[in-house]
Design a protein around this ligand. Structure first.
Ligand SMILES: [Fe+2]
Ligand SMILES: [Fe+2]
Length: 481
C-alpha cells in the first residue's frame, strides 16, 4: 500500500495495514457493531437517513486529505488514520530524551499511557451525545451540516483511540474499548469521565461556545499527546488535529456570525448601548451581555479540563516522555525541566497570588496558559466586529478563579474580574455572570429550525463562504421525510 493513501478494501478504511494485522482487524470488526448501535442510539437524533454533504478523510496528505460527498451518517467511512511515520523520530523530552521514539508501549508506562488514551477517547463520543438533539433546531442547513461533520469526526476520533487500545493494550485495551461505548454523557450510573462532557449542550449558542472553548481544550491535549515518545499515539493525534481545526472554525465563525447579526440589528434599530437587553431582544437577536455569560460558563468549564495546576501526574507523564508541552520541539530550553520554575496562580491565605513552582509539576498550568492565549486571539477577532459597528461593548475572558470546580480555586468564589466574594455574595450575584433561567428561556425561544437551502435564522448571519466553495443556497443536508 502506498504511503499516505487509505485502504478502503477492508470494512474499516485505514492506513495502518489492517489487512495484514488479522488479530487487530478481528478485534475492531467485533467492536464495530457495538459502535454502530451506539451511533444509532446516541448520534444525531432524527437525521440518520438524511443525506449529508460530508468530508471524509481519504489520505493523510496535508494537501488533499479529504473528499466531499453526500452520505448517510451511519454509512460514514470511519477510518483509522495515522500521520506518516517520521524517519528517525526521537523522544524529545523527559528522562528518555534523545532515545529513538517507541513503536511499542514501554512496559513500565503501560498503565499511564492507557489511562491517557482512555480519557482522550472518552471525550469523543461524549460530545456527540451532548449534541445529539441540536439538528432539530439548526439555524440553517449549512450549520446543520457543520454539526454533523463535527459529530462524525468525533466518532472517528473514538475509532482512533480504540485502535490504539486494541493494537497496543491487549485484553485490558479491549475492555476499555467496550467501556467507551457503555458510558453516557450526563448519566447517573455511568457518566463520561470529565465534568464538561457531562454538561448539556441545549442550544446552538452552547454548541458554538463548546466547539470554540471545549474543542480547543481537545486541541491542546492532542497537541501535547502529539509530542509523545510513544510514536503511534503521536501520529494518531497529529492527524486528529487536522480535523480538529474545523471544529474550532465552526465555533469561532459561529459566534462571529451571531455577533455580526446582533450588531447589524442594533445598528438598524439605532441602538448603541449593548446593555439595553430588552430592546435588543425585541429584535430577535442575542444581546452581547448574554453572549458574555455563555462565554463565562464555557470558558470556566473548559479550564477545569486541565486538571490541578500543580500535578505530579503531569510531571510523571512529562518525565517519562509520554505527554509533552504545547509545541514542545519549538521551545528553547533543556526539555527536561529539572531545575526550572513556572509561575502558578494560587489561593494563599484567602488571597490570589502568583507562586513559583517547579516547572515539572506546573505543566497543567502551563498548558492552560497556552490555551488561554489561544482563546484570547479568537476573542479579539470577535471584538473587532463589535468595534467595526461603533459599539463600545467588549467581550472578555473571565478570571481563571471564576466558577471553578477543579484546582486551586475550587473552594473559592470569584467574580469574572477576579475579586473574591463570600458564598452569599456569589449566590446573590451569579445570575449577572452566568446564564440565568431567563437567558436560557430567551435563547431557547430563538431555536427554531431553518431548513430552506440558503436561509438563515434571524439571530445569525450567513457565512462568508460555503463549505467546499458551494454556493449560498446549496442543499447541505437533504432531509429524509
Ligand atoms: Fe475530537
Ligand atoms: Fe473536536
Amino acid at each position: 500500500m502506498e504511503i499516505g493513501s487509505v485502504d478502503y478494501s477492508t470494512k474499516i478504511p485505514n492506513n495502518v495495514g489492517l489487512t495484514e494485522d488479522r488479530q487487530v482487524l478481528r478485534a475492531l470488526e467485533s467492536w464495530h457493531p457495538g459502535y454502530l448501535s451506539w451511533w444509532k442510539d446516541m448520534g444525531p437524533e432524527g437525521f440518520q437517513d438524511s443525506l449529508v454533504y460530508l468530508r471524509t478523510a481519504v489520505s493523510v496528505d496535508p494537501k488533499g486529505w479529504a473528499k466531499f460527498d453526500y452520505v448517510k451518517m451511519p454509512d460514514y467511512r470511519w477510518g483509522i488514520l495515522l500521520a506518516p511515520q517520521e524517519e528517525g523520530r526521537k523522544v524529545n523530552f523527559g528522562i528518555h530524551k534523545g532515545e529513538v521514539a517507541w513503536q511499542e508501549v514501554p512496559g513500565e508506562y503501560r498503565a499511564l499511557l492507557r489511562r491517557l488514551v482512555v480519557i482522550q477517547g472518552d471525550t469523543e463520543p461524549a460530545s456527540v451525545e451532548q449534541q445529539r438533539y441540536l439538528g432539530k433546531t439548526a439555524p440553517s442547513l449549512y450549520d446543520m451540516r457543520n454539526l454533523f461533520q463535527v459529530n462524525v469526526e468525533e466518532g472517528r476520533h473514538l475509532w482512533a483511540m480504540v485502535y490504539l487500545l486494541h493494537k497496543y493494550f491487549g485484553r485490558d485495551g479491549r475492555e476499555e474499548a467496550g467501556e467507551l461505548l457503555r458510558r453516557r454523557s450526563g448519566s447517573e450510573d455511568a457518566p463520561r469521565m470529565l465534568g464538561a462532557f457531562n454538561e448539556a449542550t441545549p442550544d446552538w449558542l452552547s454548541f458554538f461556545m463548546f466547539t470554540f472553548f471545549t474543542d480547543r481544550d481537545g486541541k491542546m491535549q492532542l497537541e501535547s499527546l502529539a509530542q509523545s515518545g510513544f510514536d503511534p499515539l503521536s501520529r494518531t493525534c497529529r492527524f486528529m488535529l487536522t480535523e480538529e481545526a474545523h471544529h474550532m472554525f465552526v465555533g469561532e465563525t459561529g459566534i462571529r456570525r451571531v455577533i455580526q447579526r446582533t450588531c447589524e440589528a442594533m445598528q438598524a434599530a439605532g441602538i448603541e448601548d449593548a446593555s439595553e437587553i430588552a430592546k435588543v431582544r425585541a429584535l430577535g437577536v442575542i444581546d452581547l451581555p448574554t453572549l458574555q455569560k455563555k462565554l463565562n460558563l464555557h470558558y470556566s468549564l473548559s479550564l477545569d479540563l486541565f486538571g490541578s495546576e500543580v500535578s505530579t501526574n503531569a510531571a510523571n507523564a512529562y518525565n517519562n516522555g509520554i505527554k509533552g508541552r504545547f509545541r514542545e520541539t519549538h521551545i528553547d530550553d533543556d526539555h527536561q525541566l529539572t531545575s526550572s520554575i513556572y509561575p502558578v496562580l494560587k489561593l494563599v491565605n484567602g488571597v490570589i497570588r502568583q507562586v513559583d513552582e517547579p516547572a515539572l509539576t506546573a505543566l497543567n498550568m502551563r498548558l492552560r496558559d497556552d490555551y488561554t492565549s489561544d482563546c484570547e486571539n479568537g476573542i479579539s477577532r470577535w471584538n473587532k466586529i463589535i468595534e467595526g459597528f461603533g459599539i463600545t461593548y467588549r467581550l472578555s475572558l473571565p478570571h481563571v478563579a471564576f466558577n471553578r470546580h477543579i484546582g486551586e480555586f475550587r473552594d473559592a468564589e470569584a467574580t469574572p474580574a477576579g475579586d473574591l466574594v463570600s458564598a452569599s455574595e456569589w449566590q446573590a450575584q451569579s445570575g449577572r455572570y452566568l446564564p440565568s433561567n431567563d437567558d436560557a428561556a430567551y435563547i431557547e425561544s430563538l431555536m427554531k429550525p431553518e431548513t430552506q437551502p440558503g436561509k438563515y435564522a434571524n439571530w445569525i448571519a450567513p457565512p462568508k463562504v460555503g463549505i467546499d466553495n458551494k454556493p449560498g443556497d446549496y442543499e447541505y443536508v437533504m432531509i429524509a421525510a
